[in-house]
Design a protein around this ligand. Structure first.
Ligand SMILES: *Cc1c(COP(=O)(O)O)cnc(C)c1O
Length: 403
């Protein structure tokens, strides 16, 4: 009998009793809006901003409704205007080009390489053509490019870098936290990321002018004085009148809940690492499977795993998804021609001008993706890796004929 996996890929860990109590306290107080403060009170949202800024090592932090809203706010606060080109990775999640489109700017997609990271040569090429002033750098699925080279190139090209750290909250490059390389960083606390408040987002930056604009954009109703890590009053002088209110504030319940989760983040990163290693080992042992190379400077958060089976044709890829599903393992395939649950590729972003991305298309054609929720014991991750490796072996002899 073949082994089967019976866990649930969408099952998150329950909210801790401390988290439940913190949210109940807010509910009992009736003060759910971040600016509904009793005299002299600081409030959970401002407290979260202070605590997250300290954890991240950033001067300022702003809590918002989602990672996507955080990116829209960051782009506007960085001075991107309607019609401006904004460079971004061609392999990313839909809210990234979505944020650029939402502010009326124009996504210019940059090829990714075999490590699933932005291709720095193509970044230079695309910049030569569009002369964008901003790069929304998406660390998609936790893969960090050579951040030293990226920072050098961005400074040569005069690019303002905004990091999309939805999958790299707590990840590091050479001991420096992801999010501390660009001008600003955006994080998500949506259920499938590294902290879980259902929906939510955080924006960090050391730039006081940027943060003053971001705070006003988030919808501060002139209550910016109550913010946790706010810039000084003079920084708000123009921002408070120039910036539109985009009403994207975080509420007290989510902030109170996240405050109980932040101290657990380092331990959870270790737990993810063990799960990632267990799932990756059987895959690495199958020569038909190609795991993206891990740069030694990178400390990733293993909340998901990606791999390619380059010898499979589209029919083979579909058969692999089905074969794994029959044994309880849910794989996402980025090469599918129709977008499905949380997985879409650039050809289905019809609000973006069509762009020719042959290298990215070749990589996505045989790219698979899987979540590793913390509810899976480490042994289960090993079992999942074995099941996938066995199903690959049925379909793709190591010396496949397709490529
Ligand atoms: C989840 C995600 C976001 C933003 O997520 P929200 O759902 O808007 O909080 C941004 N970038 C990537 C790569 C993501 O996966």
């Amino acid at each position: 009998m073949e082994e089967r996996f019976t866990g649930n890929f969408t099952q998150q860990e329950p909210i801790s009793e401390a988290g439940i109590a913190a949210v109940c306290d807010i509910l009992r107080s009736g003060r759910l809006h971040r600016y509904n403060l009793a005299g002299g009170e600081r409030g959970a949202v401002a407290a979260l901003e202070e605590e997250y800024a300290a954890w991240q090592g950033a001067r300022h932090c702003l809590a918002v409704t989602s990672g996507g809203q955080g990116m829209q706010i960051a782009l506007r606060a960085a001075g991107v205007q309607p019609g401006d080109p904004v460079l971004t990775n061609a392999f990313t999640l839909a809210p990234v080009p979505g944020a650029i489109a939402a502010i009326g700017a124009r996504p210019v997609l940059v090829e990714v390489d075999d490590t699933l990271c932005i291709d720095l040569e193509d970044l230079r090429r695309k910049w030569e053509i569009c002369k964008a002033s901003c790069l929304l750098l998406s660390h998609m699925r936790g893969h960090l490019c050579d951040m030293n080279k990226l920072v050098d190139l961005a400074s040569t090209l005069g690019l303002t870098v905004i990091e999309d750290c939805a999958h790299t909250m707590g990840a590091e490059w050479n001991g420096v936290k992801s999010g501390n390389f660009g001008h600003a960083a955006c994080f998500s606390t949506q259920t499938y990321k590294h902290m879980n408040s259902g929906e939510g987002g955080l924006v960090t930056s050391d730039d006081a002018g940027f943060m003053a604009r971001a705070i006003i954009l988030s919808g501060s109703y002139m209550n910016h004085a109550t913010h946790g890590t706010r810039p000084d009053d003079p920084d708000f002088a123009d921002a408070r009148l120039d910036m539109p209110n985009c009403s994207a504030r975080m509420d007290m319940m989510r902030a109170a809940l996240l405050r109980t989760q932040l101290p657990d983040l380092p331990r959870n990163i270790d737990r993810w690492a063990r799960r990632f290693e267990a799932a990756a080992a059987p895959l690495a042992a199958n020569p038909a499977v190609s795991l993206p190379a891990m740069r030694p400077e990178m400390r990733r958060v293993g909340s998901s795993i990606q791999f390619r089976v380059p010898s499979l044709d589209p029919g083979g890829c579909d058969a692999l998804v089905q074969g794994c599903a029959a044994r309880g393992v849910v794989l996402k395939w980025f090469g599918r021609d129709v977008p499905e649950g949380f997985t879409s590729a650039h050809p289905s972003w019809r609000y973006v001008d069509r762009q020719d991305l042959p290298q990215t298309d070749r990589i996505l054609a045989t790219l698979f993706d899987m979540r590793l929720p913390l509810t899976f014991p480490v042994e289960d991750c090993d079992l999942i890796g074995r099941i996938i490796a066995q199903e690959v072996a049925k379909l793709a002899p190591a010396q496949g004929a397709y490529l």
